[in-house]
Write a protein that binds this ligand. Structure first.
Ligand code: ADP
Ligand code: TZD
Ligand code: MG
Length: 581
């Protein structure tokens, strides 16, 4: 230990505080509520807060950009059901974190963005303070709740309110505004300790009404072609055994939404994931469990869902206003998923009749046909790789290492990986979620490693990776067991576009044949350049065995991808093409 470090430790030991201050009260309030990790970026006025939190035994993970710290906090919330904490400086740092707060709220992940802010008096008179901004007003429409604390004695209550707001009901993001002056406000230590609140039962069970359960079971019992859709709300709820029971006891086929993959293993006999188009179109009764009928489910109508009026929807959700948001829900079941599923199981009893074999056989046939079609493509060991060959290799690795957490973003890299890589355990797949946002990669990977201790495999489009790529330094600094595979096809969707005027690179392409692996080497991690699925496989296995930060530059055929991946139908394209200027 250096002399300075020694002195800091001794100072801490020597001071028996009879007074406390805002800094300490924030830390004590978090710790009292079992929140022991902070993701952030230091600076005025919160530098000392991070330092003191570390000294108090909290894990403080310092990032290179607040957006990634915020994404880390959000996914920590998803994984643990406790609000993840992101700590930023005022105005620009706050704004950088705000994207993550809005994304967390959109995805129903609990997090708290804590930002330092400038002097209220100066901000409100717009007199130009250092990093001046009315942060509270700006945060409000983008999160579930936003609070500001002006007195140290209110910190305990404010933190308690923030925690409750984040995790109760539909989870989401909360903003906590802490002006610079608050931190150094002092008060009597004993009064300070008494002002703290340990939140009892932060996310109370919300029992469904017995009528709602009966109504749902009546509809389900009539079904000839029933289907269960599991969403990431079901993954978040951590009611894994009950959900498995519901699926298995009812015999109903299910499809998992992206982040619900692995809730039951994708290889489960009742998984209709590989026959998704068929089941969405043909089902007559659909039970949604923690999944919204948003764009990811084509709003519950249109071609995807077959003939108009051919469906009845039953929906389990904690948010009553979710019901009828897109189409009529004939049997709303409002409550928390654990309680709702338990009540359904109770009502079903033991003698529930399995769905007609005509339905389950048709699904099995379609699934087997689709899987057989896919299998050949996954075995191709060519250079450059196509997506299927590379993903075939990664599919095997995840099958052999089911505890590893898969982080995934990109377009083709995302859509194809979601379809190809089976997940075998709950909450092991983390991806772009409700917004299809690029940039979650390194933040999610870091929090997944920090929160779970399991190895992380981040499968990243080369564009997607660029949004958070600087955080490889963070990964090396904390020596996290993260293996990043960059699917390098020289660009967004493809690497083959040209500027018709011949002046500049096309808007969708990057420097050809870049070596992303060298970014990792720059910080002491392992870089690998892989040109075949075999090389890729070897490198990922080595990374997962060693636990060392690794980045594999996987060379993908620049012509292999399609524009916008699977969601080309949402991508407007001009039919007018003028001659190049
Ligand atoms: P996906 O994208 O996987 O379809 P969504 O994010 O659209 O999933 O939907 C998740 C839903 O789950 C949200 O409507 C949210 O209110 C709900 N939800 C989250 N946690 C719970 C819970 N514990 N109990 C019930 N519903 C929940
Ligand atoms: N910015 C943000 C924050 N989110 C986005 N989704 C986009 C831009 C638009 N976008 C996509 O929807 S996918 C994508 C962008 C820029 C990158 C696709 O390229 P990639 O993946 O290299 O990551 P593939 O494998 O080349 O398709
Ligand atoms: Mg790409």
């Amino acid at each position: 230990m250096s002399a300075l470090a020694q002195r800091i430790v001794e100072d801490h030991a020597a001071v028996e505080p009879e007074i406390t201050d805002g800094f300490h009260l924030v830390i004590d309030a978090l710790k009292l509520n079992d929140i022991n990790t902070i993701y952030g970026v230091p600076g005025i006025p919160i530098t000392d807060l991070g330092r003191l939190a570390q000294a108090a035994g909290m894990r403080v993970i310092s990032f290179r950009h607040e957006q990634h710290a915020g994404n880390a906090a959000a996914i920590a919330g998803f994984l643990t059901q406790k609000p993840g904490i992101c700590l930023t400086v005022s105005a620009p740092g706050f704004l950088n974190g705000l994207t993550a707060l809005a994304n967390a709220t959109t995805n129903c992940f609990p997090m708290i963005l804590i930002s330092g802010s400038s002097e209220r008096e100066i901000v409100d008179l717009q007199q130009g303070d250092y990093e001046e901004m009315d942060q509270l007003a700006i945060a409000k429409p983008l999160c579930k709740a936003a609070f500001r604390v002006l007195h140290a004695a209110d910190i305990g209550i404010a933190v308690a309110r923030a925690i409750r707001a984040a995790v109760s009901g539909r989870p989401g993001g909360v903003y906590l505004d802490l002006p610079a002056k608050l931190f150094s406000q002092t008060m009597d230590a004993e009064a300070g300790a008494k002002s703290l609140v340990k939140v009892i039962d932060p996310a109370p069970a919300q029992l469904p009404a017995p009528d709602a359960i009966k109504r749902a079971l009546d509809v389900l019992r009539q079904a000839k072609r029933p289907l269960i859709v599991l969403g990431k709300g079901a993954a978040y709820a951590q009611a894994d055994d009950a959900i498995r029971d519901l699926v298995e006891r009812s015999g109903i086929p299910y499809v998992p939404m992206s982040m619900a993959k692995g809730l039951l293993p994708d290889t489960h006999a009742q998984s209709a994931g590989a026959a998704r188009s068929l089941v969405l179109k043909e089902a007559d009764v659909v039970l949604l469990v923690g999944a919204r009928l948003n764009w990811l489910l084509s709003h519950g109508k249109g071609k995807t869902w077959g003939a108009p009026g051919s469906k009845k929807f039953i929906q389990i959700d904690i948010e009553p206003r979710e019901m009828d948001s897109n189409v009529e829900i004939v049997a709303p079941v409002v409550g928390d998923i654990a309680s709702c599923v338990a009540a359904l199981l109770d009502g079903m009893g033991q003698g529930w009749a399995a769905p007609p074999a005509a339905w389950t056989d048709a699904i099995a046939a379609k699934r087997d046909e689709n899987l057989a079609k896919m299998a050949g493509k996954l075995r191709k060991n060519a250079a450059p790789m196509d997506f299927h060959g590379a993903l075939g290799a990664l599919k095997t690795i995840i099958q052999q290492r089911p505890d590893a957490i898969l982080v995934n973003e990109g377009a083709n890299t995302l859509d194809l990986a979601r379809g190809i890589i089976d997940m075998h355990k709950p909450r092991k797949r983390l991806d772009v979620g409700t917004w299809g946002i690029m940039g979650i990669g390194m933040g999610y990977a870091i929090a997944a490693a920090v929160e779970t201790g399991h190895p992380v495999l981040a499968v990243e489009g080369d564009s997607a990776f660029g949004f958070s790529g600087m955080e490889v330094e963070t990964i090396c600094r904390y020596n996290l067991p993260i293996c990043i595979v960059v699917f390098n096809n020289n660009g967004i969707y493809r690497g083959t576009d040209i500027d018709p005027t011949g002046r500049d690179p096309a808007t969708t392409v990057f420097v050809a044949d870049s070596r992303y692996d060298r970014m990792m080497e720059a910080f002491g991690g392992v870089g690998v350049h892989a040109t075949t699925p075999d090389e890729l496989s070897q490198a990922v296995n080595a990374a997962m065995d060693s636990g060392r930060p690794t980045l594999i530059n996987a060379v993908i055929d620049p012509a292999a991808g399609t524009e916008s991946g699977n969601i080309g139908s949402l991508n407007p394209q001009s039919t007018v093409r003028k001659k190049p200027a």
